[in-house]
Write a new protein. Structure first.
Ligand code: NYM
Length: 212
């Protein structure tokens, strides 16, 4: 880890609709990588532990109202407040598995009708992921999975729009995985992509920035 000059950890992001299985998969990946002896941490956005995160959490629980652009910028600020720690961890050789990132930011806000380019603006300059694992599931199927928790956005009609907006963000760092397959099959595919990605970062792939 971190001994060779440009060796670093990988920035790996999981994205997908609510109930697509991101959180379960990221837990499984974390323990797999730990068992393999990698230095790895599991992160998630929104990070509800900060002041900004508390505002977001209260908005999601419908305990406060904010206009669409304001909440968008708070989600973004919540990533910015973690950027330097993120960079430090990666450079010291720790791989980060991140449950949601800027793609959620843009997909959810633009699904409300905000302009996509406007939504991308505040994300520019955040660290670019080395790999985005998109857990692809039909919105109807996700809705059948044990129901939604009742937070804002957790409604079938809206999730359908989010799915369309996610698709516009897909680039070369994305792997699209069929998340309606059994959990073990999904996990197996994720492991392969992740192991490849970690190896590339260990040999010194440079860190880059998002959407500049
Ligand atoms: N969400 C998440 C956004 O709208 N913008 C963002 O930038 C991020 C990171 O928050 N429905 C939405 C997507 C989810 C909700 O996420 C809470 P989670 O993973 O359920 O805690």
């Amino acid at each position: 880890n971190g001994n060779r000059d440009n060796s670093r950890g990988a920035l790996i992001v999981l994205e997908g609709l609510d109930r697509s299985g991101k959180t379960s998969q990221s837990t499984r990946l974390l323990s797999y990588l730990e068992q393999q002896g990698f230095s790895v941490e599991s992160w998630r956005f929104p990070d509800r532990s900060t002041c900004v995160g508390e505002m977001i959490s209260s908005y999601l629980a419908n305990k406060s109202q904010l206009d669409d652009r304001t909440i968008h910028l708070l989600f973004s600020a919540n990533r910015w407040e973690k950027r330097s720690l993120m960079e430090m961890k990666l450079r010291s050789g720790t791989t980060l598995l991140v449950d949601r990132y800027s793609y959620s930011g843009v997909a959810f806000s633009s699904a409300k009708g905000l302009d996509v380019e406007w939504c991308k603006g505040p994300e520019m300059g955040l660290l670019a992921p080395d790999l985005v694992l998109y857990l692809n599931i039909p919105p109807e199927k996700a809705a059948e999975r044990g129901g939604y928790g009742g937070e804002r956005y957790e409604q079938l009609e809206f999730q359908r729009k989010v799915a369309q907006h996610y698709k516009m963000l897909c680039d070369a760092t994305w792997k699209i995985i069929d998340a309606s397959l059994p959990m073990e099959d999904v996990e197996k595919q994720l492991r392969e992509f992740v192991m490849d990605c970690i190896a590339t970062c260990q040999i010194g792939k440079p860190l880059s920035q998002l959407w500049l």
